[in-house]
Design a protein around this ligand. Sequence first.
Ligand SMILES: [Zn+2]
Length: 397
Amino acid sequence: MFTVSNNRPLATTITGSLPRPSWFTEGLSRRPFLEAMGSDYQFREQYFDAVTAVIGDQVRAGLDIVTDGDMRFDNDIGGRSWFGYLFERMDGLGDIAMRPGGNEWAPRDDSGSVKRVDAPGDILHEVMESRLPPRILGPVGRGSLQYDAIFKAAQRLTEHPVKIGSCCGQMVHKNSVNDHYQNSIDAVMGFSDALNEEYHAVADAGAQILQVEEPCLHFVADSVWEISLDDYVRAFNREVAGLRDRLEVWCHTCWGNPLAQKVEANYSYEAILPYLDQLDVDVVTFETADNKGAELEVIASGIGRDKKICIGAVTHRTLQVETPHEVAALIKRALEFIDLDRLLISSDCGFGRQGMSRMHAFYKMVSLVKGVNLVRKELGLDAAEAPAAVGRYDFLR
Ligand SMILES: [Zn+2]
């Protein structure tokens, strides 16, 4: 159901992750969150301070919906923890398999013959070296994900709604090696059921919004995988079953973010929109800043009115901070195809994949809100308060 985006046209947020503050040197290192928070003073202090800092950055930027910056993730290679947090904590997953799990999606080099993940000297090869997959050794369960506690730790720090996100179960399955289930469908459904239980615990904790990140759909459109697109839709909807009655459910999609890299060569949503439209969610996010809104019209025509559309108005792949006018221009183009009450504004993906500094991420967020405010003013809507953009106390005055 629409909760946080109701009555807030062009509500703003970011995908989720932010660069870690440089002084945040502790990490969970495979421990359950509550164990570390309950027994490790250094971690607890740094974690709360880090979440306070990144929420503060978002509030100063003027965002409507904030995240905890994914501060639970360790300082690892290219955002490995987006998978790794689940690899290391879900029941049924065991030791590391020394072969890549499900890298059929992997893009090929310019010759078309070599998978980039298999090519030493390619940045995606280094990413893959750090992302060795777990074996599925028994029935998959939610284990010690503890998303409910992670939500509570952030929401107690702010009055803004906190959006907690998780890597989708089917993406964790795709990057695991199945040594337990009879077939891939049973395995992927095992992940769906486990995460569904976990998400309901987040709703029990009082969350108003939850984001499930990256169904496999848009990565498989052109390739032959052993699971059909219809089965991926079924698995996704099992993962979010019953949640729309309790909170606002978002599905995030983009074209990749390990070390801020694009991982898909084709890069078009068109073929997959009929499947994304079947997802049992309130909002679908799309990467639209990186290609300057090339598919806005196609996206708008492919997603039904029961859902809102969240577009990326700043990209996670460049260090050049978009100007507010660039952000506003993209939003105005989107409004040619998407009604005002159905359009939400975010980043294309998270900023916390070693692609940029905390300062770059901060000014992208500020620019995003400034750009949205330009459009809001033109439309006679209330602008967001953005303390970072108020010069009253700046040093140069
Ligand atoms: Zn993403």
